[in-house]
Design a protein around this ligand. Sequence first.
Ligand SMILES: Cc1ncc(COP(=O)(O)O)c(C=O)c1O
Length: 400
Amino acid sequence: MAFIADALSRVKPSPTIAVTTKAAELRAAGVDVIGLGAGEPDFDTPDNIKEAAIKAIQEGQTKYTPADGTPAVKQAVCTKFARDNGLKYEPNQITVNNGGKHTIYNAFVATLNPGDEVIIPAPYWVSYPDMTLLAGGEPVFVEATIENNFKMTADQLEAAITDNTKWVIINSPSNPSGAAYNHDEMKALTDVLLKYPHVWVMSDDMYEHIVYDDFDFVTPAQVEPKLYDRTLTINGVAKAYAMTGWRIGFAGGPVELINAIRKVQSQSTSNPCSISQAAAVEALAGTQDFLAPRAEAFKKRRDLVVGMLNEAEGLSCITPEGAFYVYPSCAGVIGKKTPDGKVIENDLDFCTYILESEGVAAVHGEAFGLSPHFRVSYATSEEALTDACTRIQRACAALT
Ligand SMILES: Cc1ncc(COP(=O)(O)O)c(C=O)c1O
């Protein structure tokens, strides 16, 4: 009898963490490595949020809280959804969890039965397929290619729906492509979903506040109120508020689903950290003034990176609407030879080549389900980005 559960054999470890580990090993061995793999802002958590956490400690908010969040944090989440998304939720429609990742995992555990399908547009955030598998479901991939700006079309969505479809995931702006659906593009998808009442919508809005060029962020339940009763609108404080380590994610949705998620959470992790919940209240209900300047700083970096990558021989990079990632195609280097005589067969070979020859750590596209591409996170300084892109240009120029 095997000791490790069969379910785990369906799951692979996170490939983004693998790249970070390899880069750290090279760095420890004295190699000058620039990491473009990180999925977190380099900015610090704003002071007002830190102070709210310190105050919570001093006031003794150090005990268990209700399993899926304090009344105060649930109220702050309701305020956020009303203010930013025009969505009216009551506190009993809110769940607060240990990061957005935990929100998604809880929702899958609470709803998936064997054979249930989850439609996942590719390129996708690496955890969606594995969390689906761990919870007993089946991922169904839809390729959102560069020709369509990495966006799933209405026809593609409709073709992927079967009687077994339980969820479709919409992640806009996307990790890893940065692509975001505008109102009309989202409406085209929600129009399809209106025809299939058994399909639920999981909207992962984690990068909502990191959008550029006056892009108007929209979320499915806002664009199509008729979907409100079968949509889980997920968000968190990690990316916009630079709070990745605090581990707070949340969602709004129908009471029955929220109660089911609470049941899962109450028998697994219990409440998210009480102090982080107090900090999240300040993040969500306090000043939002720093969001725009931070998005502006990310936009400058996006423009720098897109410009420089497009100058690299064999690479081509479209300009995404949001998040802090670009997802260039490396189709033009496939089949070329490195100075060591090795043929670049795929995007993993290319990423290995730029890591070993120039010390640039990026994640290969296969990890996100769409090749030949690679993901560059530009959540680092302009100086480091300029250096990294110069190195990538040099590596590309050395291929024959
Ligand atoms: C698309 C997407 N969803 C969810 C998450 C999870 O965020 P959290 O840190 O809140 O768990 C991430 C983090 O990388 C992400 O990129």
